[in-house]
Design a protein around this ligand. Sequence first.
Ligand SMILES: Nc1ncnc2c1ncn2[C@@H]1O[C@H](COP(=O)(O)OP(=O)(O)O)[C@@H](O)[C@H]1O
Ligand SMILES: [Mg+2]
Length: 268
Amino acid sequence: MTRSDWNDLPAEVLEAITRTTGPIRGVRSADLGNHADIASTVAGEHGTLFVKAARKLPDKDGPEVMSLRWEAKVNPFLGEFAPRLHWTVESGGWLVLGFEHVPGRHPDYAPGSPDLGLVAQAVQALQKTPLPAVVDRPVTMRWEGLGDASPMAGTALLHTDINAGNVLVTDRREVRFVDWAFVSHGAPWVEMGQMIPWLLGAGHTPASAEEWLGQFPAWAAADSASIDQYARLHVAVWSRRHQMASAEWIGLYLADVRRWAKHRGVLE
Ligand SMILES: Nc1ncnc2c1ncn2[C@@H]1O[C@H](COP(=O)(O)OP(=O)(O)O)[C@@H](O)[C@H]1O
Ligand SMILES: [Mg+2]
């Protein structure tokens, strides 16, 4: 999905934006991410917003719109863990979300990086957040038809996609999680499992990644057979995805998932 041209937004949407920002001085498209049609910082005379927008289809919600609906639904329950959603506008064939703009950088997940401790603290705090009733999507859905996903079932609030591109670290070293498109509920340790390929991609070995995860009580308490089953199904779901889509990152991601699964001895 390519980012659509900012100028395609209908006048009603621009009005909603400028009500918060005042006359627009500059629009900068985000460097990372690929879900929403628009994900941009809008700087105006009175303020700055982060705007995410997706084009609606006439008959049903496409994946981009569904992702934004999830983000809008869960945001009021996330407190300081996520940028605040100021408003939602649905107009002229678009769904548009106006978020608080969080100035910050992405953390470095490389071995030894001081950012790892910050992120770990935030993930751990997030684990204590009660599951909002609106999050009625089980994480087990993503392995449907691939095997027994019951070890991953549970009632913890899961972001599920804590890659460095979805994390912002502010100047005050506060951590914010963005991109709640895949928010789900499940076993709490699944949140950590989902981070493994990103840790490997940043230079960790499977052993050092698991050692790092050992600091999380949920991961440390998880049944090792459950994690093995997760590793198996994770390989299965990403192999299927790799067959369907050719994006380079999927191949690299799958290679890291497989490297971890081999380390656990669940893959030849
Ligand atoms: N509220 C925000 N304030 C500042 N930057 C943000 C904000 N939300 C997202 N970003 C930046 O925009 C990028 C893309 O946003 P994201 O929500 O991850 O969209 P996508 O669904 O396209 O991945 C993020 O990697 C982050 O750098
Ligand atoms: Mg993203």
